[in-house]
Design a protein around this ligand. Structure first.
Ligand code: EPZ
Length: 431
């Protein structure tokens, strides 16, 4: 397993281009199963997760080709016929979001057998809301031996779905299933994340009739078939936010390009509160951190447009160096403080009680060996390493490769002293 070594202390100066969003790209790839025509996705991030999903889609008869286009990597997905509706455990367990192929397979063929995804380090993450939504669309669901067997031999039917609480994955899943259902579906208490808007807009470009995406109520008038389209993946607001925090932590001045500032507005406001200077352009954001210590800032994670749980770990890293105590509350996942003991190895002073972390800022962090536990926690450790004195080595870098395209390249282009160490990690892997 590769590791990342960072010699801390260099401020960052330069431009960082933001990639297409992982959490949109993988749903758009799954949505391509809904049509027999080709779907071309541009601004595609090169990530382990998109490659893994590609391997799963190929099992269903999807032909995939990748090439470089004017807008970054592009991926052409074409499934003239679904040749299998079976998603095996080995592939689904490696990436929870691949469970979302269930809806498109069911909508297109009337049946599917998909492994349950299981929990992960950040929480149990059940899929009950996904299954209830599919049942509301007329699917018959059975579960045996860790697999979901779903059937709708005469096709799915439009229905009324009320989510008891907001779920990004369940909203997207129900949306993908409902576009080919007979009749109208209304989804209440839907998630409003930008990736859902991206998915709905792409489906509409394919001929679907979806309205209200980005609000709590989404209405879908089912159509009999969808066509192919060309679609540019929305920018990755979590990647953008991560580099914004990295600039605040390391100091210097970084300009994010190919970004939509509105999608990270809440984070940018928090960075201003912490003492950074932010300049928003049309497709750029500049983050400048002057001399002096950061101010402590409290935050509570929430569904969009609230503070993203996927940026909580990174912001916590920043607060470890603030001049005072900040309180960080995690409300989306029950176990998303796995980075706390690792930050402690760098000298951070954090205590956790339930879903609340108290971060007492210290004057400096010191480099150490740390262990990445999940994707966003890994990013937080890299950010902390940029500001720590001496060398920080982040083990289990495969987590980072799932969701950050060319992280070392983007940071070192801005002056970070960061490099990948190939080969065996000295720590034992358990995944
Ligand atoms: C998506 O996960 C993202 N993943 C996550 O990003 C992100 O943290 C999360 O949304 C919240 O924004 C992808 O888009 C691939 P949820 P998702 O359904 O859809 C509970 C990353 O690092 N729940 O909104 O799985 C669930 O356990 C990842 O890129 C149920 O109880 O999130 C959680 O506590 C990590 N039953 C809460 O709802 C269900 O059927 C919100 O989960 C579904 C969810």
């Amino acid at each position: 397993m590769d590791r990342i070594a960072i010699e801390g202390g260099n401020p960052l100066f330069g431009d960082i281009p933001v990639s297409g969003a992982k959490n949109s790209a993988i749903k758009l790839m799954a949505a391509s199963l809904l049509t027999s025509e080709p779907v071309r996705l541009t601004n595609m991030p090169r990530l382990a997760d998109t490659r893994l999903l590609g391997r799963l889609l190929q099992r269903f008869g999807c032909g995939i080709s990748e090439s470089d286009g004017p807008d970054g990597q592009q991926t052409l997905l074409h499934t003239p016929e679904i040749t299998s509706s079976f998603a095996p455990y080995d592939l689904v367990r490696q990436m929870r979001a691949s469970f979302n192929v269930l809806g498109p397979l069911l909508a297109r063929t009337g049946h599917a057998k998909v492994s349950l995804p299981g929990g992960c380090t950040i929480g149990a993450r059940p899929v009950d809301l996904h299954l209830k939504a599919l049942e509301a669309l007329g699917a018959h669901i059975d579960m045996h031996e860790g697999y979901v067997f779903a059937q709708a031999p005469r096709g799915l039917k439009g229905g009324d779905i009320t989510f008891p609480f907001v779920s990004v994955g369940a909203t997207e899943h129900a949306l993908m299933a409902a576009v080919l259902a007979h009749g109208t579906t209304v989804m209440h208490n839907s998630a409003c994340e930008p990736e859902i808007v991206d998915l709905a807009d792409c489906l509409n470009a394919m001929g679907a009739k979806v309205s209200g995406a980005g609000t709590k109520t989404i209405t879908i008038e089912g159509v009999t078939s969808l066509k192919g389209t060309d679609w540019a993946v929305v920018c990755d607001r979590i990647e953008a936010g991560t580099y914004a925090v990295a600039a605040a932590m390391a100091g210097g001045e970084v300009r994010l390009t190919r970004v939509r500032p509105d999608l990270i507005a809440v984070l940018l406001d928090k960075l201003v509160e912490a003492g950074c200077e932010i300049t928003r352009g049309d497709n750029t954001v500049t983050i400048k951190r002057g001399a002096g210590r950061l101010r402590p800032v409290d935050l509570t994670t929430d569904v969009y447009p609230g503070f993203a749980t996927d940026l909580q770990a990174q912001f916590m890293a920043l607060m470890t160096l603030a001049d005072g105590e900040s309180v960080i509350r995690e409300t989306i996942f029950e176990n998303r403080f796995m980075h706390v003991p690792e930050l402690g190895r760098l000298g951070a002073d954090i205590s956790v009680s339930g879903g609340e972390a108290r971060v007492r800022g210290v004057e400096r962090l010191k480099g150490a060996q740390v262990m990445a536990t999940d994707l966003r926690a890994s990013a937080c450790l890299v950010i902390a390493g940029l500001a720590a004195e001496g060398e920080t080595t982040v083990n289990r870098v495969y987590h980072l490769d799932r969701g950050f395209e060319n992280l070392e390249g983007k940071l070192s282009a801005c002056g970070a002293n960061i490099r990948r160490l190939k080969g065996d990690s000295p720590v034992e892997e358990d995944e």
